[in-house]
Design a binder for this molecule. Structure first.
Ligand code: GDP
Length: 299
């Protein structure tokens, strides 16, 4: 926990210093204070809808006289945030082998390194893992996945740049079945300038997987970069509408003050945040634990 707290220090410093300043010298919770608090949450990247919802919940408590002391406001706010974060359930995993995970997200968010971290974790658990390089658009992406695969100790299935991503997936899943692997991670393209084509390509990849292995892809994980703030929420909406996402991974929470965006993404998409990236090392991807997270950014 101490390490998590250290990695999230920029968000914590920004949030707590602003909150302390807001509460300083306040004796009562009035409309003005709540309005200022609402603005603070919005500027902390939580998103307008989420901030309004949190303040509404706090306002209700004030009305019911359950909350009167400004000094208690932070505790109540934290409780509302916890309710928000725990209200979204992680979907149950489908049984069966191999378990196919499609990883999506725009270029640069940390998709490839996140796959390596996930694979590293599974390998440590004794699972057999295969990586599929389905971002055939960028030569560097295939190379990167290979390098990371080697580092994590996972085999990589690839074809040359420009080949059909669905064909790579077909090959990859055939290999996964033949080698009896436990888990497959499919790395996908994330070029933003041709959004429509990208979405069609991702759908085709998913269809290919479904034809080969029942229920595949069993998970579609969307990787979002916390440093992009509100943009991450927009990306989540876009991908979820087009592809259907099962879970979110938020990277680069270390070194950004925008950690509040985690709440905005969960609230505004209704999707579970499953992992957070807090650094560049293999063990810097952690399962998202709402209580520990809130403690680290507000404690
Ligand atoms: P992709 O284009 O989405 O595949 O992105 P990459 O996996 O190549 O990552 C882009 C950059 O983000 C790399 O320099 C990674 O080391 C870095 N990165 C990924 N996750 C994290 C994280 O959680 N924290 C930090 N600080 N950097 C990260």
């Amino acid at each position: 926990f101490r390490r998590l707290r250290a990695r999230l220090s920029r968000t914590r410093e920004a949030l707590t210093s602003k909150l302390d300043r807001l509460f300083l010298g306040k004796k009562i919770i009035d409309a003005e204070l709540l309005e200022e608090l609402e603005e603070l949450l919005i500027t902390a990247d939580m998103g307008v809808e989420t901030s309004l919802g949190l303040i509404e919940a706090v306002r209700d408590k004030v009305k019911r006289k359950e909350l009167t002391d400004p000094a208690r406001l932070k505790t109540h706010l934290k409780a509302e945030m916890l309710t928000l974060l725990t209200g979204v359930a992680v979907p149950p995993l489908h049984p069966g082998k191999p378990h196919v995970v499609m990883v999506i997200g725009v270029n640069g968010v940390g998709k490839t390194t996140t796959i390596a971290k996930l694979a590293h974790h599974d390998l440590e658990q004794g699972e057999k893992v295969l990586l599929v390089a389905a971002d055939t658009f960028r030569a560097a992406a295939i190379e990167q996945l290979e390098i990371w695969g080697q580092r994590a100790g996972a085999a990589v299935i690839k074809q040359k740049t420009g080949s059909d991503p669905a064909a790579v997936v077909f090959d990859g899943l055939a290999a996964a079945l033949a080698r009896r692997v436990d888990k497959v991670y499919i790395d996908t393209a994330g070029r933003l300038h041709t959004k429509v084509n990208l979405m069609e390509e991702l759908k085709k990849v998913a269809r290919t997987a479904a034809k080969q292995i029942e229920g595949a892809p069993h998970e579609v994980l969307l990787v979002l970069d916390a440093t992009t703030g509100q943009n991450a929420i927009n990306q989540a909406r876009l991908f979820h509408e087009a592809i259907g996402v099962t879970g979110i991974i938020m990277t680069k929470l270390d070194g950004t003050a925008k950690g509040g965006v985690a709440l905005g993404v969960v609230q505004e998409t209704g999707l579970p945040l499953q992992f957070i990236g807090v650094g560049e090392q293999m063990d810097d991807l952690r399962p998202f634990e709402p209580e520990a997270y809130l403690e680290a950014i507000l404690g």
